[in-house]
Design a protein around this ligand. Sequence first.
Ligand code: 7TS
Length: 413
Amino acid sequence: MSVIERPTLDVERIRQDFPILAAKARGHDLVYLDSAATSQKPSAVIEAIHRYYAEQNSNVHRGLYELSELATEKYEAARATVRSFIHASDSHEIVFVRGATEGINLVAQTFGRATLKAGDQVLITAMEHHSNIVPWQMLCAEKGALLKVVPISDSGELLLDEYARLLTPRTRIAALAHVSNALGTINPVREMIEMAHSVGAKVLIDGAQAVPHLPVDVQDLDCDFYVFSGHKVCGPTGIGVLYGKAEILEAMPPYQGGGDMILSVTFEKTTYNRPPYKFEAGTPHIEGAIGLAAALTYLEGVGMAAIAAYEKDLTAYGAERLIEVPGLRLIGTARNKAAVLSFVLEGVHPHDIGTLLDRQGIAIRAGHHCAQPVMERFGVPATARASLSFYNTPEELDRLQEALCKVNEVFGR
Ligand code: 7TS
């Protein structure tokens, strides 16, 4: 019997698409609850990468022969797939990068460096991943600018009044998580982008934890930049996306120098290629882009709206089961949440929870989740985190709940 009434997805069929989900862990059926760290990959992605190397491998944008034309075509078709997935208006607004981290660093080091002056401000939130904190800190230190931080409530929601107060004409950049990796909070970014624009700031949205779980439309959001990582959306590692509005990318200085990003080079003067190539120096991660496109096409086949609806029910179900565990406290109880169940268990270190769950075949993450300021805000050194995907089932969350009760037994509760 399904514990979620009217499931919106045929999860048992979907699970057949992911070979690794049939694996054993410590002699048990694997329960994989660490998709916020990285998602599992469907056969469609594994096969697309295999096909690329078996049938299409060649460098892009340079060869005159058939194979190179084929590889270039596949690489650029991948860009078009990303464009359509996040509803950008033009493929030239899609820059392939290594991941969300590189996307943010690219914006900080090009747009940020060219824009920021001493006394200017960059606004982030207290729930950012380190990769959306440190690049801005580095930039502010270099420029003599100030980093401002939007605080969060006890339930893990941004204080929007404080956000409004912190936005000033000195705010040049607001860099905001769409969804928090440590709390699961879905932030009202559309409204926040509009507010930032009203003071003349540009907005970067860190979508690393949003694109895997929600339909995203960058034109509707009206963000200036949006970043996400391929490996969290069922795609390969080492590939990610930076979306930027065309006119902003056009005006930005280049990031790294090298092949492909130039139009002409002499020792006196180099002229740069147009975006996105201006930002893609060197041989790109070709099979990464092709694998990412296969992943996005797969997700589209399942349906992002259906994924969001299913995961919402699954997250709510998981929260209900977890709070039945004696001594358990959920960290992050925002009204609008996606796929993350962060918690602490009285008297048990999160690392011990992780180790004891692993012995029962359950993979979760324990630690600060690269969001140390969130840990500080909630007065905990670390949390245990179960993070969900559309390939997880309510039965797996039942197993998590039972396993946590056993952890309590080990600790004499
Ligand atoms: N932003 C957010 C919100 C993230 O959750 C992560 C990674 C990143 C940026 C960086 O992504 P990368 O692909 O460039 O490394 N988050 C996590 C996590 O929660 N557990 O492991 C990685």
